[in-house]
Ligand binder design. Structure first.
Ligand code: SF4
Length: 484
């Protein structure tokens, strides 16, 4: 007679061993199945013109995500301002922020998979209380996003600490990412209401970076800081000085946004049209002191985004890839093929194991990778690498489009019609390859940020004004007047 109890006793440990082996196999895969599926979906959704060899969307990343309608209010007056005219009439409300962030990020998690970069963005994030700000970031982390808070940077260390550390003085986060917006288009900074030159802002940029250094020293919380700069005809020629003066402060990314006619029309100026991506990029290159080969990697549409990854060795900037070197381009292709989509910010041992697995699966990528690494060492100089400080910096450009064009282009795209007007058609092509996405769970849609700011923000803000009206000002009592 069979003895099922004995056989179960043997099966259970075997089952457990098999389960752990399966778990280990999954954890050490260079790219997990969810990310792989999200990348493939995105690649298939990209328009033909964007499916080029240097395209990173759908190969390595599903690009950037951002929140909307979560805290529209801001206490600065920038020209331009990409937010809706009535955004400042919506009350800041922590529960609304956290609830909306949670909904939007849950939707992104479902559509774009885990581990993607998401911006906590709206009006001014530091108008949230530190604990509401922390709760919003925690909601993003819960949905497996890598959050970055967008701010004008005009807050003190006490705010940062209260956000980063709980009531028992324990860190709430291991790492924080912030984008600090600093430029002469902004009005309202404490101590420098109306900057007349970019250089005047340098002490404020330095102070911002220093707060995060202090947080790391005191609590071990690491950071990634992006420097955001709106570019107009007035400050475009000051870009080189900003980069030269500030690259050593602790920034990891210098991102430049040429001004566009989008958002609040009361904040537009006539000279926005004078800027082209070429003109802005030339100035970024002048600041970096070298050609910045942005064609090596494309994020979405080249007319929207340019980016170069690299590092400073002392005062010299060295891009990781040279877009004019065929060997470098072969190495890039090998990267996409073998580890495209891999999370390089996972635990170091896990990353190393995943790389070994990828190399074993695609041994053909090893020779071009070794060739690229030796060229890179030569370009940087082995001696310089030993003697001089080395720090990684990315240079970027993101060119929003004018609201009028976006409205026309989006309306036609909703009807599945491509315009005959070259300007609107270009806008449509760029929207189709958008690299900056915002979630609309109710309508089961992901929309480009250009569409959000040009078409949807005014409607959303009108609703929020009713749901979250500003607190009525308290009337001044007679007694108060007497006591003054
Ligand atoms: S938000 Fe607009 S400018 Fe930015 S990537 Fe998307 S379509 Fe291009």
């Amino acid at each position: 007679m069979e003895r099922p109890v004995a056989s179960n006793t043997i099966d259970a440990p075997v089952g457990r061993i098999l389960d752990s082996l399966r778990g280990l196999e999954l954890a050490t895969r260079p790219v997990g199945p969810e990310v792989a599926a999200a990348l493939e979906r995105l690649w298939n959704e990209l328009p033909e013109h964007a499916r080029v060899p240097n395209q990173t969307m759908g190969r390595h990343t599903t690009a950037c995500e951002g929140t909307h309608g979560v805290f529209p209010k801001c206490d600065f007056g920038c020209t331009p301002c990409y937010h809706s005219k009535e955004a400042n009439l919506v009350r800041i409300d922590g529960d609304h922020t956290v609830g909306e962030v949670d909904r939007q990020m849950a939707y992104m998690r479902k559509r774009r998979g885990p581990g993607q970069y998401a911006q906590l963005i709206g009006g001014e994030v530091s108008l949230l209380t530190p604990s509401d700000h922390a709760r919003a970031l925690q909601a993003m982390v819960r949905h497996d996003r890598k959050p970055m808070s967008f701010t004008h940077g005009d807050f003190d260390y006490d705010y940062l600490r209260a956000l980063a550390v709980d009531e028992h003085d324990e860190p709430r986060f291991e790492h924080l990412s912030f984008a600090g917006h600093f430029d002469t288009t902004m009005v309202g900074r404490r101590g420098l209401k109306r900057p007349r030159s970019e250089r005047e802002l340098n002490p404020f940029r330095e102070r911002f970076c220093a707060m995060f250094e202090r947080l790391e020293r005191e609590y071990g919380i690491t950071h990634y800081l992006a420097h955001n700069m709106t570019v107009t005809a007035d400050n475009v020629e000051q870009i080189p000085d900003v980069i030269r003066d500030c690259h050593h402060m602790g920034w990891r990314l210098f991102s430049h946004q040429p001004a566009a006619f989008i958002g609040n029309p009361a904040r537009w100026q006539d000279d926005f049209r004078e800027l082209t991506n070429e003109r802005v990029w030339e100035q970024i290159e002048a600041g970096a002191g070298t050609r910045l080969p942005y064609k090596a990697i494309q994020v979405g549409d080249e007319r929207c985004n340019r980016g170069v990854w690299g590092f400073y060795v002392g005062e010299r900037y060295v891009p990781l890839l040279d877009d004019e070197h065929k060997g470098d381009m072969r190495a890039r292709d090998g990267f996409f093929k073998s580890v495209g989509g891999m999370d390089f910010y996972a635990a170091k041992r896990l990353v190393a194991t995943r790389i070994v697995r990828a190399a074993l699966r695609h041994p053909g990528v090893i020779p071009p990778t070794v060739g690229w690494a030796s060229r890179l060492l030569k370009r940087a100089g082995v001696r310089n690498l030993i003697r001089e400080p080395v720090h990684a910096i990315t240079f970027g450009l993101h060119a929003f489009m004018d609201a009028e064009d976006v409205k026309a282009a989006w309306e036609l795209l909703q009807q599945d019609v491509m315009s005959d007007d070259p300007r609107i058609r270009t806008t449509q092509e760029r929207l189709q390859a958008c690299a900056y996405a915002m979630a609309h769970p109710d309508s089961d849609l992901i929309v480009p940020a250009c569409v959000q700011h040009s078409v949807l923000d005014p409607l959303e803000v009108a609703t929020l004004r009713t749901e979250l009206p500003l607190e009525p000002r308290k009337p001044i009592r007679k007694l108060d007047l007497v006591s003054r």
